[in-house]
Design a binder for this molecule. Sequence first.
Ligand code: ATP
Ligand code: MN
Length: 533
Amino acid sequence: MSLQTQIAKTISLEDYGIKNATVHYQLSPEELHYETIEHGLGQETKSGALAINTGEFTGRSPKDRFIVKDEVTREKVWWGPVNIPFEPGKFDKLHKKMLDYLSHKEIYARDAYACAEKDYQLNIRVINEYPWSNMFAYNMFLRPGDEELRNFKEDWLILNAPGFKANAEEDGTRQENFAILNFSKKIALIGGTGYTGEIKKGIFSALNFILPVYKNTLPMHCSANVGEEGDTAIFFGLSGTGKTTLSADPKRKLIGDDEHGWASENTIFNFEGGCYAKVINLTEENEPDIYRAIKPGAILENVILNDEKEVDFSDTSITQNTRVSYPIDHIDNIQEPSVGENPKNIFFLTADAFGVLPPISKLTPGQAAYHFISGYTAKVAGTEAGINEPLPSFSACFGAPFMPLHPTEYAEMLSAKMKEAGVNVWLVNTGWTGGPYGTGSRMKLKYTRAMISAALDGELDDAKFNTHNVFGLQMPVECPNVPSEVLNPRSTWENKEDYDKKAGELADSFKTNFEKFENYANDEIMAGGPTSS
Ligand code: ATP
Ligand code: MN
């Protein structure tokens, strides 16, 4: 009998207040895969992956994310619409209700951890109502070995019950679903939603408080990889800008696709043990690494299968946010453990749907700070007929929904670290070219990849640069394997007046957004913003 099965026989959830549950502890991904199918909760696709539906929620629900306001958090958290306070007493009541709900059920429990750098390891016990949620936890968190399991003591507990619905009036939530972090009790309650991303982003949000407050370490919403010379690159960006896509680069070892820390020991470390990739319009040709990661062990979410159980990646009838999760070793070329040295290059990814920002530009330290605090991307208004006006979207530190502290706390840490490490910072627009959404088209992935390769290989070090007329950004005049005319966005627009008008409008949006940060920004940072409008 293996150690894992011995442990499986001994774990009880009675001490937590979950009574008379049938506990499946530390099941293997194979067992969870079959358990899911046996319960009629999923199907096996032709490639052997598991396909499940997350239910009513196919994305995170930021308005239902709360933090318990008490002596630990009161003075530190930046309270507001992102970090919504929750009363400790209400938390206790809701917690008790969830425990009662989970009692007498079949429960899936697992021990895992976050942070690949040992000094920062956060042990997590995850308790799930559904087997596929537990398999997601296996895929996304780091997996302890037998020895670690034997002595496992959790730092944080996650209770995850998609079928449990809160009563907003009684429980203090906004509606039936919620994700609540309690930093005193070290518990995350996730209920009323089956969206798996809430589990990973719950722990990410917890680390975004714990690491800077207690460990002098900068948490970052970024992907990371490392080249043959040991040179680390990190890619910040909001959802859909290309962190996962661009960090999967066959020439470089993947450190991680979404959440990392920059430690005082000058290392970059992954918080996670897996990837969570968008699969909308996925093709083997464009994204071979991700495509091939979809095999037994992977979990596809909210995709449509045909009669042969093949996935139709173009079908968005459930959601545009179709996803796959898999353990990081489903990617061929990975860094083990998921730790790298100080980065040499930092990329800020943005998907500018106005077609204004250059596809690659080099930032000064002031511009880097300005763009990090701004955290710009654009939201495309879905695919409904007639709606083709994108909206600018600013999310500080390229991840405001997950940042419990004031954005400038992270920005100051990043600026200091960038100066110390002497990194190159690049702004990469993976969004539109030749005009805005509706007129232009998205930058070809192969060009974006070529621009990033050129930056990483030092091929832009001696490049000639033009200065952008509105944003003051340094745009290379030439770049290997990229047609020169796409490098200056203005030259890709048929009507230059239209371009200048749009650029001016976008600059105004930047300025308006930045007003709330002006009190925190010095002259150097302010000079990093748009130079005219
Ligand atoms: P999240 O934080 O939600 O995980 P992400 O930053 O990891 O988001 P990706 O999953 O990499 O974003 O999504 C980028 C999407 O945009 C992919 O579906 C990719 O195929 C598509 N795409 C199209 N053109 C480009 C391009 N030029 N560069 C990067 N991605 C592109
Ligand atoms: Mn991603």
